[in-house]
Write a protein that binds this ligand. Structure first.
Ligand SMILES: Cc1cc2nc3c(=O)[nH]c(=O)nc-3n(C[C@H](O)[C@H](O)[C@H](O)COP(=O)(O)OP(=O)(O)OC[C@H]3O[C@@H](n4cnc5c(N)ncnc54)[C@H](O)[C@@H]3O)c2cc1C
Length: 465
């Protein structure tokens, strides 16, 4: 069988690329080594984590309804039921991708794909049998996996990556989360809400590296109020598994006396690394960069003509929507159109309570680039809808160019921040200004009015403060 395009990997990068290419008239196949489509995101990432985050948030909220004048009995946790909700959510999403492949006449091949030569992909099935498929173009969309922590062996039972943390059969009494990034804080939130005592150990002296520093600092305080403990500027050097409880050795990142902390579960969430194993990249001579990511040009083509790469396996933020947009762009390029991704307007969301959402530049980045900027801030405590919902934690921060007023960044900590951020994303796509945002009518009463007020604050003055 000969194709116009073979995509290796069916995560959000790969499956979206395949669908877009098929919509544009290309004959497409996808090779996936997992039994189900959807990649990390749908099977063991975005989707199952959000199912557990939502369910655990409801569980916690039910216990705090008194303040709204609702009396309910103390909620009881049915953990198997909650995990079943997560599994059902995953199933409906991965089945959805299989349906979309069928609908778009995309051939799915379950097996490990390797590139024998440009235009030749070998698919090896679990039983060892293999077949060679021919194609005009190949897109590598093999994603990433969890980065290991030297000296700490993962067993996915007591010492887990995010994958094991999505299916703990019992709420741990105490959990150590290694790494204060998005995944660690999200999964730490799930288990804290369900009753675990959570200690986060982070090598750097701050949480959420890469995000706006003020946002991270205020958000850390909110998490501490919820019961999170943080050990920043600290590293885990080993975990003793010999006893009934785990004993993690920690020491200051800059060096100093070591101490031991105990836990039932250690979650290692120190980042993810690109996954290129078994692809045969050495055989065809596809170059990697210094961080072992596949190197591509502005059109997502590797140094080998006809071989492209997208998503977590190339440079850039490891986010599902970044992978999806690259999938669309490369499909358009292969169909002779002008595919493009605007890396200045990719939102990032932390789905905790409250949520954190961000797009564009942080204050630290603007300072480092020497760009003169204005800051507009508005707290949810001054927003009528937030007061009505008892959701006054957090604020909106708008960063605009001091000379042109162009919106350069938006950062939100607050309930529903992940949905609210998109008006800033769209505005940035259209190179809009803080004044544009401030003059756009926002329905009252909504949380989003705080974005308008923060934009007003950046451009001139807020009304409600
Ligand atoms: C716990 C967790 C939560 C997350 N939450 C979010 C979130 O809320 N929002 C967000 O934007 N991002 C989130 N992410 C990140 C997101 O999952 C990734 O950015 C995204 O999945 C990357 O998509 P991708 O298509 O590049 O690769 P992947 O989704 O990793 O898919 C790659 C696929 O390729 C397959 N594969 C690999 N090698 C081969 C081969 N040789 N042959 C055949 N198949 C192969 C793999 O089996 C896999 O299915 C989360 C990640 C984790 C772990």
């Amino acid at each position: 069988m000969s194709y116009d395009l073979i995509v290796i990997g069916s995560g959000p990068g790969g499956y979206v690329c395949a669908i877009k290419a098929a919509q544009l008239g290309l004959k497409v196949a996808v090779v996936e080594k997992r039994a189900t489509y959807g990649g990390t995101c749908l099977n063991i990432g975005c989707i199952p984590s959000k199912a557990l985050l939502h369910a655990s948030e409801m569980f916690e909220e039910v216990g705090h309804l008194d303040a709204l004048g609702i009396k309910v009995a103390k909620p009881k946790l049915d953990l198997p039921g909650m995990l079943a909700h997560k599994d059902a959510t995953v199933k409906s999403n991965v089945d959805g991708v299989a349906y979309l492949f069928k609908k778009n006449k995309i051939d799915g091949h379950i097996g490990t794909g390797s590139i024998a030569a440009p235009g030749k992909v070998v698919v090896t099935k679990e039983d060892g049998s293999s077949e060679t498929l021919e194609t005009k173009a190949i897109v590598i969309a093999t994603g990433s996996d969890s980065a290991p922590l030297p000296g700490v062996e993962i067993d996915e039972k007591r010492i887990v990556t995010s994958t094991g943390a999505l299916e703990l059969p019992k709420v741990p009494a105490k959990m150590i989360v290694v790494g204060a990034g998005v995944i660690g804080l999200e999964l730490g939130s799930v288990w804290r809400r369900l009753g675990a005592e959570v200690v986060v150990v982070e090598f750097l002296d701050r949480i959420l590296p890469g995000m706006d520093g003020e946002v991270a600092k205020q958000f850390q305080r909110m998490l501490e109020k919820q019961g999170f403990a943080f050990k920043l500027g600290t590293k885990v050097t080993g975990v003793d598994t010999s006893g009934k409880t785990l004993k993690a050795t920690i020491e200051p990142a800059k060096g100093g006396a070591a101490e031991t902390i105990e836990a039932d579960v250690v979650l290692v969430a120190i980042g993810r690394r690109p996954f290129t194993g078994g692809l045969g990249l050495e055989t065809v001579g596809v170059e990697l960069d210094e961080r072992k990511r596949v190197k591509v040009d502005g059109h997502y083509q590797t140094n080998v003509p006809g071989i492209y790469a997208i998503g977590d396996v190339i440079a850039g933020p490891m986010l599902a929507h970044k992978a999806e947009d690259e999938g669309v762009a490369v499909a358009e390029i292969l169909a002779g159109q002008a595919g493009h991704v605007n890396y200045d307007a990719i939102p990032g969301v932390v789905y905790t309570g409250p949520e954190v959402a961000t797009v564009g530049k942080t204050e630290e980045e603007l300072k480092a680039a020497g760009i003169a900027y204005k800051v507009g801030k508005f707290p949810f405590s001054a927003n009528g809808r937030a007061r009505a919902m008892l959701a006054t934690d957090g604020f909106v921060k708008i960063l605009s160019d001091a000379t042109t007023d162009r919106l350069l960044g938006a950062h939100i900590v607050g309930k529903g921040a992940g949905e609210m951020i998109h008006e800033a994303v769209v505005l940035m796509e259209f190179a809009g200004s803080a004044e544009d945002l401030a003059r756009s009518t926002h329905a009252h009463p909504t949380m989003s009015e705080s974005i308008k007020e923060a934009a007003l604050a950046a451009w001139f003055k807020p009304i409600h403060m």
